[in-house]
Design a protein around this ligand. Structure first.
Ligand code: NAP
Length: 310
């Protein structure tokens, strides 16, 4: 069985940064990532608040740079393009990481697997995913060129991606369940000034219409109960994220939403298991904070291993 000092689960900004620091500390390190490096960066159009890129950077470009930076010829990180099925802590000194194709041993684990899109949980939603409903503007925006669409959500994702989509589609109905956006002021002001975005505050989608594909929605105003039927071809859902780690070890502490609780050094309640990035219970989910978490988790893992070996 292959064994490592550290296994990082997830190849997004948190995981890649953790791996970068681990290999530079001389630790035998593996990354398990079932898709390609970059994680959610691939679903982000332009990133304009990542420090060091005052003119902004495309998500895929930042992903490539982070991925390239991890490559260390003196201490190459071992890559597994696979899925983690289970983590089984065996002692303070060793954990078993079961992949779909093999089993690995490691002294420490850094869980940096990010989060998955939250759905609206309304009737016919599953039926229309890929037939009108999307969770990725960059991936699917072009399918709706010059058409009418809705964007649901009031956070930074909904605002930022509405701005991106406004350059492609004919009209956007931006539907938010409250009368105030959660996202940053800078995006709110831009959205309010964009001619082809109509904001529907205090509103939720009550019904999806269409037979073989989406053809319209009924929106309800949650304050006065009024309803409006809107013909449109697409809906982009940006209502936040949920933890996506079904493989977490038994007994690991999570918050009420299922995100992993850590101390400020990224250590979970299980010795040798650390968490970093969006899977961690925290308020601020940014690329910059994911990168910070990754560096901190790697540093803590290094200190932990030094104490183990002392
Ligand atoms: P978010 O900040 O959690 O916002 C989710 C939005 O969806 C909220 O406005 C929420 O409404 C709404 N919502 C939640 N469940 C809903 C439901 N079932 N039906 C209708 N609406 C629902 O999620 P996000 O915008 O994806 O952002 C996630 C994290 O990434 C945040 O920390 C965000 O700041 C960060 N992010 C940053 C940037 C950037 O800085 N450039 C870009 C994208 C994302 P309420 O407001 O009423 O709760």
């Amino acid at each position: 069985m292959k064994s490592f000092d550290a296994i990082v689960i997830g190849g997004g900004p948190a995981g890649l940064t953790a791996a970068l620091y681990l290999v530079r500390s001389g630790l035998k390190t593996a990354i398990v990532e079932k898709l390609i490096d970059g994680g959610q960066l691939h679903q982000t159009s332009a990133i304009d608040n990542y420090p060091g890129f005052p003119k902004g950077i495309q998500g895929y470009e930042l992903s490539d740079l982070l991925s390239e930076h991890v490559n260390n010829p003196e201490n190459p990180v071992v890559r597994f393009r696979d899925e983690v099925i289970e983590i089984i802590p065996q002692s303070d000194k060793q954990h078993l990481v079961k992949l779909s194709s093999e089993e690995l041993l490691t002294k420490v684990v850094i869980v940096a697997c990010g989060a998955k899109y939250r759905k609206l949980n309304i009737a016919k939603e599953s039926e229309f995913i890929g037939k009108g409903i999307s969770f990725c503007a960059l991936c699917d925006g072009n399918f709706f060129r010059n058409q009418d669409i809705a964007v649901v959500g009031g956070g930074n994702s909904a605002l930022e991606e509405s701005l991106y989509l406004s350059k492609i589609v004919k009209k956007i109905y931006l539907i938010h369940r409250r009368d105030q956006f959660r996202g940053s002021k800078i995006y709110q002001e831009k959205v309010e000034k964009t001619a082809n975005i109509e904001i529907l505050y205090d509103s939720v989608i009550k019904e999806l219409h269409g037979d073989n594909g989406l053809s319209g929605i009924t929106v309800t105003n949650v304050k006065n109960g009024s309803e409006r039927k809107i013909d449109l071809q697409g809906i982009f859902v940006f209502v936040g994220f949920e933890p996506s780690a079904g493989f977490l070890p038994k007994g690991i502490e999570v918050d009420s939403q299922g995100f992993i609780k850590t101390d400020q050094e990224m250590l979970t309640n299980i010795p040798g298991i650390f968490a970093a990035g969006d899977i961690r219970s925290k308020n601020c989910r940014q690329i910059a904070t994911a990168v910070g978490d990754g560096a901190c988790a790697a540093n803590s893992a290094f200190s932990y291993l030094e104490n183990l070996n002392a």
